[in-house]
Design a protein around this ligand. Structure first.
Ligand code: DGJ
Length: 740
């Protein structure tokens, strides 16, 4: 990768084999944006790319010049009020009430690798050769606020990571009202906007629509990144598909309130903004203080959505996720939540664990209900001490018994919450987020602890660390089961209440950081009523997340397909659960439940004692299969082949690094009588290798499988033949292809 500054034309050019990013210092001293896209040649006069053309009735910066208007110029750090009427990237309120700023270019430096962002998750490098960072300093001389813009380009992939740090070098405090992490001004609007949206139990559905004049956006004001909208969007050319065409993906490495928006102006230019949601944010910056925005990542490709996703997967899997588990195949677990809910004793849990061990399961996870007076969701949160009526020898005791069985032991926490009926609340009623003298809204009968306060984070840390120091705990599921309301901290002055949402999430990150540092062997799985905080910020601390509370195999096709747009397969918690399913009451075959869950971290969420002998045999075979192929499933190259949002069938596949093994998952929701002849064109194989198909032992070259395709035609034509296994709704198959 290269970063060059052309002194004469004042142009910055960052490029690698895939992409170019070009900026220049404008004649008004601000930083203009010239290009982001497929790699172009470097030359001194890339400043020619600056498009200046007079437009009637525009506001202009210089006398006698009708072409230089901030209304139309593409910019790096646009602010409102001096001619640009689009949404700004920064807004700073001065003591006198003015919100205008004028960030002028000062200097730059180039660093090997990538600096850390204080207190925030971010992608990283392991050596200076992997990436280079351009640091640009701008200054608003009236306020003395310096903006330090960071641009990291990686050696591989069309990736650019961006963030901004503001520092008050002036003599007066200011209020930052908006601090977006990224602004990208695209020269046209011929794009479709793709977002991942939904609700609890149907998270991250793919929604695509044409960009058109005006603003379209997604965001969260819930205090977490939310079930409703994910901090990932893409803009794609209308002709782009999974396999080809231009796409730019935007990922935001943050778990709190966010905004991602595209604004198409009157001349068909598009401004994309990504950052902390300004509606619930403001930050007082005293002289000498600094504020760091979270990081945003842009991925450009002209090879379609699959390539964009694979680039995100590689980056997030190996340069965002950290720790011992980063590249380790994930243990096959059994979780007791849907098996028992709150109704368990140690003996009941042990019975589930023994059966699981017999089937080959590696990790037993004790979910909600083990602590304080937690007999239901009305009490106990905040009291992270084992309930001795249920667990006579505490967590240490049950962990020992599980370890004796030859399994690892995992434990559920919901560290950010408290029930009114708890010792913690009785001791510190002022530790929750709430506005004095106003109603306190509950969510699932619980309140949100004020994690903007250090003493609160310290207290929870000590309670959790005690359990982890005493007992053999190998895994933690970190839950968060409500959104924030009445966001007010008793410890902050009035002018700092706008900081609470952000300070809260910094407190969450701080707790994660301390626990992951002290207990590096523990595998963390993030969770927020399933997928309410499934985001890149969480991945920095927890390499996997509970994808959704919806464990139905059919629903999971959509949820996992959408999630795969940005997040690696190794990050998706996916379990086989009971039928009828607890969320949608659907009965899907056991093999289909497993076939969907294989493309994730894989585990069981049921009492295996309730299965028939025949089903137990199937479970044993599933576990043998997963142990053999999990490395490829979780860390191979993933391709989406058929979308559940477009028809009755879904398909995807994972290919090993050496391309000698590929695993295809094919799923059909409803049975079809006398159906069409169907084929699936595979991806990512070696055209020169001959592969054996595990379903029928046929041998085909990679080029045949990728061009003619794999036949998925239903040979029974959907009718039941006597003596044969019934062909049903919710059918699925796993094909393994091995090079000979
Ligand atoms: C919500 C989670 O998503 C579930 O898996 C389970 O852990 C419950 N919370 C427990 O309260």
């Amino acid at each position: 990768m290269n970063i060059v500054y052309h002194e004469n034309s004042k142009v910055f050019h960052l490029w690698n084999d895939n992409v170019s990013y070009v900026m220049m210092v404008l004649k008004n001293g601000q930083l203009g944006q010239l290009y982001f896209g497929k790699r172009i040649h470097d030359r001194e006069n890339l400043s020619d790319l600056l498009e200046l053309a007079a437009r009637p009735m525009s506001s202009c910066s210089f006398p006698e010049d009708k072409t230089f208007s901030m209304e139309h110029i593409k910019q790096e750090l646009p602010s409102f009020g001096t001619g640009d009427y689009r949404s700004p990237a920064v807004e700073i309120r001065q003591e006198n009430g003015s919100r205008i700023s004028d960030f002028q270019y000062q200097s730059y430096k180039i660093e090997e690798g990538k600096p850390k962002l204080a207190g925030l998750p971010a992608v990283y490098t392991e050596n200076g050769q992997e990436a280079a960072t351009l640091v640009i300093h701008l200054l608003d001389s009236v306020t003395g606020i310096q903006a330090e813009l960071l641009y990291t380009i990686f050696a591989e992939g069309g990736i650019l990571a961006r963030s901004i740090r503001y520092e008050n070098e002036g003599v007066k405090a200011v209020q930052i009202e908006r601090a977006m992490s990224l602004c990208l001004d695209l020269p046209d609007c011929d794009y479709e906007w793709m977002q991942l949206s939904g609700a609890w139990a149907r998270e991250r559905y793919v929604i695509t629509r044409k960009l058109t004049m005006g603003i379209q956006s997604v965001g969260s004001l819930r205090g977490n990144s939310s079930h409703q909208h994910n901090p990932f969007v893409a803009v794609k050319r209308p002709s782009a598909t999974e396999q080809q065409g231009e796409v730019i993906g935007f990922g935001f490495i943050y778990s709190g309130n966010f905004l991602m928006q595209a604004e198409v102006d009157a001349h068909d230019q598009t401004r994309v903004l990504v950052g902390i949601h300004p509606d619930t944010f403001s930050w007082k910056l005293e002289p000498g203080d600094s504020f760091q925005t979270p990081e945003a990542v842009m991925v450009y490709t002209d090879q379609g959505l699959n390539d964009m996703s694979q680039t995100f997967h590689r980056l997030y899997r190996s340069r965002l996720a950290r720790g011992n588990w980063r590249e380790e195949p994930r243990p096959i677990l059994i979780n007791n939540w849907e098996a028992t809910y709150f109704d368990f004793t140690e003996e009941k849990l042990l019975k589930i664990a023994i059966k699981a061990k017999e089937c080959g399961v590696e990790l037993f996870v004790l979910d909600d209900g083990w602590f304080g007076e937690r007999g239901s969701d009305h009490a106990g949160l905040g009291d992270w001490v084992a309930n001795e009526k249920r667990l006579p020898r505490g967590i240490t005791g049950i962990a020992e018994r599980i370890e004796e069985l030859g399994m690892k032991f995992g434990l559920w926490f919901e560290p950010e919450m408290v029930n009114e009926d708890s010792d913690l609340y009785r001791m510190h009623p002022d530790w929750i987020l709430s506005v004095p003298e106003r109603v306190k809204s509950h969510g699932r009968y619980q309140y949100v602890l004020d994690f903007s306060r250090k003493e609160v984070v310290d207290f929870i840390y000590e309670m959790m660390a005690k359990v982890l120091r005493e007992a053999k705990v190998s895994y933690i599921k970190w839950d968060m089961n409500r959104s924030i309301t009445e966001c007010f901290s008793a410890s902050l002055p009035p002018e700092r209440q706008g900081e609470v949402y952000h300070r809260y999430i910094l407190g969450v990150y701080e707790l994660y950081e301390r626990l992951t540092r002290e207990f590096p062997h523990v595998l963390f799985e993030s969770c927020a009523s399933g997928g309410g905080r499934f985001d890149a910020g969480m991945l920095y601390y927890a390499p996997q997340g509970w994808t959704s509370d919806d464990t139905d195999a059919v629903e999971r096709l959509k949820i996992q397909y959408g999630t795969s747009m940005c997040y690696p397969i190794s990050s998706m918690g996916s379990h086989v659960s009971m039928v009828p399913n607890h969320q949608v009451n659907r009965r899907t075959p056991l093999h289909t439940r497993a076939n969907a869950a294989y493309f994730g971290t894989f585990g069981y969420e049921l009492d295996l004692n309730k299965l028939t002998e025949d089903e137990i045999q199937q479970v044993k075979e599933q576990i043998v299969f997963m142990k053999e192929y999990r490395k490829i499933l979780q860390f191979g190259t993933f391709y989406r082949l058929k979308s559940p949002f477009e028809g009755n069938e879904t398909a995807w596949m994972a290919v090993s690094q050496d391309k000698r093994t590929a695993i295809v998952g094919w799923y059909r929701v409803l049975n079809v009588v006398n159906g069409r002849f169907t084929r699936l064109r595979l991806q990512g194989l070696d055209p020169e290798l001959c592969y054996q198909n595990s379903q029928n032992n046929t041998l085909c070259y990679g080029d045949e499988l990728m061009n003619l395709g794999l036949s998925t035609t239903d040979e029974t034509a959907g009718e039941l033949a006597a003596g044969e296994e019934a062909c049903t709704d919710f059918e699925s198959k796993i094909y393994i292809f091995k090079a000979q």
